[in-house]
Design a protein around this ligand. Sequence first.
Ligand code: NOJ
Length: 556
Amino acid sequence: MKGSFAFFMKGKSISMKNDINWYQNAIFYEVYVRAYADSNGDGHGDLRGLIQKLDYIKDLGVDCIWMLPIYESPLRDDGYDISDYYTIANVFGSVDDLRELLKKTHDRGMRLIMDLVVNHTSDQHPWFQAARKDRKSPYRDYYVWSDDDRKYQGTRIIFIDTEKSNWTWDGQAGQFYWHRFYASQPDLNFDNPKVQQEILDVMDYWLAMGVDGFRVDAVPYLFEREGTNCENLPETHQYLKRMRQFVDHKYPDCIMLCEANQWPEDVRPYFGEGDEFHMGFHFPLMPRIYMALGKEDVTPLFQILKRTPDIPNNCQWCIFLRNHDELTLEMVTEEERQWMWDFYAAQPGTRLNLGIRRRLAPLLGNNQKKIELAYSLLFTLPGSPIIYYGDEIGMGDNIELFDRNGLRTPMQWDNSPNAGFSHADSSRLYAPVINDERFKPQQVNVEDQRQTPESLYNHIKHMLAVRKQHAGLGSSLLEWIDTGNNAIAAYWRIRGEERFLICNNLSETTLTFKIEMPTALTKGMDLLSGKDIDMPSSHELCLNLASHAFVWLKIN
Ligand code: NOJ
């Protein structure tokens, strides 16, 4: 082991140090720092605010926090437009605050990963400013330029509601520049070895500080090649493997989590032979959880997981119900997309790009049983789950706000002014607190839900605690069970001698069904109630589940 290893692991407990594969069974929690807690009363959440809430996060059962970008930025895309990779934006705090956050996170046995935005910078980044001013600047070649806007015609536009082309004319530069997202986010030129090195240096800087890894943004788009769709190119994989070698060499317990909104077979290469990403988001699974719930039919889940290739032993999927973006419908067929829009986005203003800009609770009609059922799927299907801040209490959204901002409103801690998020005058908040009748802080807040045993928060916390006691619920074989009724999502999770039987009733009605047991099994335990159950002497177990109910059984 490298001499530097002990140094970089400083601040982490012994058990954390020994657990190199920690991410394979971890509970992740996504925090938008600006929305979480405002410590200095300026109306914006900040790192010190997040520090104050670490006990809450720990208590919920979280193992690793993923923090949205906090770097210097004009915030035209909420920090995904970085103007200085080495500075923390003033609104969020300072590097010292981050050091303290890391220490206190590690003290609590949790980890913290940051966002790494590699595909593009802000147009305010000094590299781009220098590049556009002078063709001879060494930074000119940090970006992708062209005299016309006809190159790479086979490339789709991602932000179709705001951008008409992936090329934008820059008067100062006298050329077009390439961008896969907003025009204010010029793409970096990864054909330039200096750009490749710059990104490794950025990683080194934050990992050396104690950050536990990165969620790497928009990775399919790093390189451009004529005649392709400019996604998932071999050159991209080659570079990502270099990143991984760097991490493994210097920071062996740190992870790289891949954001590639692609079909499973196209995400699979991002795991390489266990030498590229440690983890990858499973984008196609997410909308199918909503399809299964809406259609009361397990088929979409079954089909997408059947289509999902095996991944190397040292890798893991990261699965989610919602995040800070619109519920993306890129990885569905046109027919499925239309169905999702008709079913979940009938209200004008809820569609965005190829998706739906709503949070979990409004999507599921604020029906607690249905939300818990969605979490039951999330916590028992293969992968490490991630929870989007506020979705543990069923927060609402605000579609009056621009683009995706309505999904990023202040966290609702209690029903005091500004929902306990900030002491600032409400007119100074970065975004208004939700005031919809069903979701306003008087109805939905952490404090009330913590005191109410049957609240969504307490149910989720309990489910997480159970899931954490049984590693086999997360990483183990998945075997589907045909109950003869598609409204039942039933499966085995099998790990060595351990067997878990998971049954979810996707329908509005009570259902009775039978499960064939592989052998005559003698003992079972209902994990969520903690009660033993008698197994039948025959090979058949008869179960009865109320509407949207679910059971997690451990069978011996
Ligand atoms: C994906 C991020 O999740 C999204 O919020 C952002 O706008 C784009 N990448 C561009 O960085």
